[in-house]
Design a protein around this ligand. Structure first.
Ligand SMILES: Cc1cc2nc3c(=O)[nH]c(=O)nc-3n(C[C@H](O)[C@H](O)[C@H](O)COP(=O)(O)OP(=O)(O)OC[C@H]3O[C@@H](n4cnc5c(N)ncnc54)[C@H](O)[C@@H]3O)c2cc1C
Length: 193
């Protein structure tokens, strides 16, 4: 690639951090924004499945993740009241050596964030993204405190399952679905509710 894109990523959860590392490794210039005051994870534990472990390896944080996690060979679930079986997963049934990787979310965050920092990128904290808009210069992220970040060639929404961007993008998504390619000035994505 001759010249990478300038990419803004909204949200530094597992998704945003992994996207930031992957895009950085692909030669793009990445800026990542999160509302937290200092980089930190939310939530408790999770199981990284074999395909997720392959991705962590590819991102360059497989070793760090393995050191912070514990291999899980089998999952067995029962209904508490009746004792009836609800889940039976044997990882080795799918292929030799496969296992889940049980991790606290803080550990997964640490592995990804450590890799991002080692690559020379950083998360801009205290940045609550409230809107995104586009003009002839590119796409912008609007923060709650009045700051505006950009212009970016591309913005990635990694704000999680409660992302407000569904509201911002209603207008342009409808536009994209309803006809020929947009050829005029790029549409603005401002909050509609
Ligand atoms: C109880 C539970 C158990 C789970 N167990 C597993 C499991 O075992 N294995 C597995 O693979 N997955 C599991 N998941 C799913 C997994 O946790 C999610 O898929 C994953 O966390 C999503 O990551 P994300 O980065 O997309 O979003 P999130 O982790 O939600 O990160 C979003 C980030 O965006 C930031 N943010 C939000 N709004 C704004 C804003 N307006 N401005 C700026 N920043 C903002 C937040 O601070 C946060 O840092 C589980 C989920 C739950 C709830």
């Amino acid at each position: 690639m001759a010249q990478g894109l300038h990419i803004g990523i909204a949200g530094a959860g597992v998704g945003g951090l992994a996207a930031a590392i992957a895009l950085h490794l692909a030669g793009h210039r990445v800026e990542i924004f999160d509302q937290f005051d200092a980089p930190r994870p939310v939530g408790s534990g999770l199981v990284v499945q074999p395909v997720g472990q392959r991705v962590l390896e590819w991102l360059g944080c497989g070793q760090a993740a393995r050191a912070l996690g514990a291999p899980i060979r089998m999952l067995h679930g029962v209904e508490a009241r009746t004792g009836a079986g609800t889940l039976a997963v044997r990882y080795d049934a799918a292929g030799a050596g496969l296992h889940g990787l049980g991790m606290h979310r803080a550990s997964l965050f640490e592995a990804l964030h450590g890799r991002l920092v080692a690559l020379g990128a950083r998360v801009v904290a205290s940045s609550q993204v409230i809107a995104s808009s586009a003009d002839r210069q590119g796409r912008w992220l609007q923060m709650a405190d009045g700051r505006r970040a950009g212009p970016f060639d591309l913005v990635v929404d990694a704000l999680g399952s409660h992302s407000p961007s569904r509201r911002w993008c209603r207008a342009c998504c409808l536009m994209a679905r309803s006809g020929p390619r947009w050829s005029g000035p790029r549409p603005s994505c401002q909050p509609t509710a």
